[in-house]
Design a protein around this ligand. Sequence first.
Ligand code: NAP
Length: 676
Amino acid sequence: MTGPANADADDNPLERDTAAPLETDVFVVGAGPVGLLLAGELRTAGARVTLLEQLTEPTTESRASTLHARTMELLAARGLLERLGPPPPGGPGHFGGIPLDLTAADPGHPHAGQWKCPQATLERVLGEWSRELGARLLRGHRVVGLTQRAGHVEVTVARSDGTLIHGRAAYLVGCDGEGSAVRRLAGFTLAGQDASREMLRADVAGIDIPNRRFERHPRGMATAARWPDGTTRVMVHLHGQRPVPRSRPPGFDEVVAAWATVTGEDIGHGTPVWLNAFDDTSRQVTRYRRGRVLLAGDAAHRQMPVGGQALNLGLQDAADLGAKLAGRVLGRAGEDVLDSYHASRHPVGARTLTNIRAQALLLLGGPEVEPLRSTIGALMGNAAVHRHLARMISGLESAPPAGAAVAPTPTQPHLTPERNIVGRLDSRTALVTGSSRGIGRAIAIRLAAEGALVAVHYATNVDAADETVALIEKDGGRAFPVQAELGVPGDVHQLFQALEQGLKERTGEASLDILVNNAGATTPEGQLPEDVTVEEFDRLFAINARAPFFITQRALGILSTGGRIINISSGLTRLANPEQVAYSMTKGAIEQLSLHLARHLAPRQITVNSVAPGITDNGGPVFDIPAAVEQMAQLSAFKRVGKAEDVADVVTFLATDDARWITGAFIDATGGTLLG
Ligand code: NAP
């Protein structure tokens, strides 16, 4: 980044005030954790930023105090964890009050679990950080007017001394919380559900009651936890009590009465230090961007603060938006980068709101939710389910592709044992030809591990195909075998009959997302060009070139938008080996298929690429002969023969959304054999 662009005439731009009209690249409205992180992100990338905050002093309240693994990653990457302390562990997690071990999300993750950090501490550290980076914070500045013009946004700001000032910026981001003025002034639509349940909270000094966690009573639910300073945080919900509109916190008498009703204990002799009420309102703006105005954090989504997800969701919004907005402001990115913020964060917000609604029901529901609680509790005994929920809450879940359905359809059973059920290819379908053995088997296993339902194709070796399917299912994946000998009349038709039937049975429709043309035959060892017969030549072409062409042609009818075609070629198209001339010609042909179809299918967002393995251990007998292996190993720059997984990982990458920008390419997966 460049120097602190806003720290022009003042060593201490934070807290500084000015009477001059405000002008900057980006106004960030709201200096809570989300706004402060965003400001730091924007400054890091080099954009000028001014924070407008209506409070004249930082808050001392600790509304949110839990950080999850993904947020910890973000903070660590910015060097902020060291500044924070680092935070102490936050104890066990929960899902709707049912114990959930958040470390199950990824036991190897350096920040697996949850971590305690009072909001006031987080704000102080983020404030210092953004200040050092050159962000300007104007306290006592409340945005009361907002107009979008061609090329900029104008704001009217009421200052705490009663004066009005005006300002302009290229963009404005509302990080001003659930009551967001920006959201209202810019005309965002906040869609969703009103509250039906309420929870009262208080920090109370001078009481001595036992700690308890989500204790369910006939009349309600109660939680108590002693802070290190001796005060006790109590939370209480009364079954059947509808939330009342509140313009101020509840009275202590209300909390005392509810606590007594639910637990039978009297805490009326205590002294309230902090009082608060929250409800299960669940709303989200329909777009995160309107022209030059964007929203992040609670301004974009209102949810019950269960399990600390709201703060984490907001911080992750800011982290996603910062670099994108700076890129746009500095002319490095087009307008579409701002829409990509909506595309990436709106689905994450929607899914989080859904899980929070589910948790609110489990947590605050009366006796009628007991059967649901015991069913969900039993399901959570399943390691894959436990891990799925832990990943979701930890923010480690991968986002679905933009526009994808938020919830799996009933025909896509996702809860299979042990598999990472939030893989990069969840709910995709794949056909891997020749996946009974060798490289094809490794590809099938890798795609399934990422969540794809895989059709395991083979010619004759039914036992090997069944073994591939069994290996996938053992790890909780989904696969089914399809038989068809390729290179013979009717081959493609037979293959697609079995494929489409298998897909329909398992997903309800015959739709394919990923096609890997892997099956192949080779020339016999040591055969000179002079000895190749017409029959052998035709057979090689029929299996290695003609079949992939017509498989691809047939697949086009069922291939989804954004689909993937990956053709397995060979390093021999770039390395002379006269004994393999006919075989290499077939691989040259399949590379042509990739090149030309890539252009043809780009309008459907389908990518087509060739992957070229070098010598790869496919389990064949030659790989059991050490001297032969040693000799073959010398061809690779890494001095070893390839493993089938080396190639499978490359293919899997091409199948994911991460490879959306690669098409028509020849990918060298020879371990450097072609380097010479
Ligand atoms: P492999 O171990 O020999 O396995 C071949 C697979 O293709 C098997 O699943 C086999 O099914 C199937 N297959 C063979 N002929 C078929 C036919 N006529 N109809 C239908 N299916 C047929 O293969 P691999 O070594 O893993 O090679 C996979 C791909 O990588 C091939 O395209 C190959 O050209 C390419 N490649 C391999 C290497 C290498 O060193 N291994 C190097 C460069 C390129 P059955 O089990 O039923 O026979």
